[in-house]
Design a protein around this ligand. Structure first.
Ligand SMILES: [Zn+2]
Length: 214
């Protein structure tokens, strides 16, 4: 197995097949419930820029998916590999990328993602779980970079959604992280911690609607 992994090529094929399968499953659920769901799809890392472009057009754009992710970069090297995806989606209008930023992603990994946000200011980037224990850095960063959004599922502490909704209400997106999180409880958390009914409505749908131009 280790030998196969170190060969690289075969692993990329396996990875492509597995991501394709998950996109097929996702799209069949969306097709059955078009009024209920829209989707984001994953993209295998470490393809060439041309291959990534082809992949995104054939699997994301052609399927009507609205964004890329959620990525879970297991290392700083994998976070750096996201740059190829940014290079492709910068040419696709309004195609956000969603990246998991809680453990095992480190502050160094988050810094790499922040640099990509600065390098590609027209690409909307969703920091999944609002940076985990680095949530204060993320909120500060999102305040001054218009392309940065946060999702409020599985955060480090309930102070995270509370402060995020106060400081960056137009950047906060409701999320449940199901099956790890219970959707009803996360909705109740937003309703309980939000500073106003207006912000609640922004977080529970208006913000993502505006971001995806629904
Ligand atoms: Zn995640």
């Amino acid at each position: 197995m280790l030998y196969r992994i170190t060969q690289g090529n075969y692993t990329i094929q396996e990875r492509k097949a597995s991501v394709e399968k998950s996109i097929d499953e996702l799209c069949s659920v969306i097709k059955e419930n078009p009024d209920r769901f829209i989707g984001f799809g994953c993209v295998p890392l470490n393809l060439s820029k041309e291959e990534t472009k082809k992949w995104i057009h054939n699997n994301i754009v052609a399927n009507g998916l609205k964004g890329i992710g959620e990525f879970m970069p297991g290392s700083e090297k994998q976070m750096e590999a996201l740059e190829t995806i940014f290079e492709v989606i910068v040419d696709i209008p309004n195609c956000p990328i969603w990246v998991h930023t809680f453990n095992p992603v480190t502050i160094k990994g988050i810094q790499i993602l922040m640099d990509l946000c600065i390098k590609f200011p027209s690409v909307p980037v969703i920091f999944g779980h609002c940076g985990g224990s680095n949530w204060m850095d993320i909120i500060k960063f999102a305040k001054v970079h218009s392309n940065v959004y946060v999702d409020l599922s599985a955060t480090f502490t309930s102070l995270t959604p509370k402060f995020a909704m106060l400081e960056i209400p137009e950047k906060c997106l409701f999320s449940s992280d199901a099956p790890f999180g219970e959707p009803k409880l996360y909705r109740q958390m937003i309703e309980a911690l939000s500073p106003s009914a207006e912000v609640t409505s922004m977080v529970l749908g208006d913000n993502i609607g505006r971001l995806l131009k629904l």
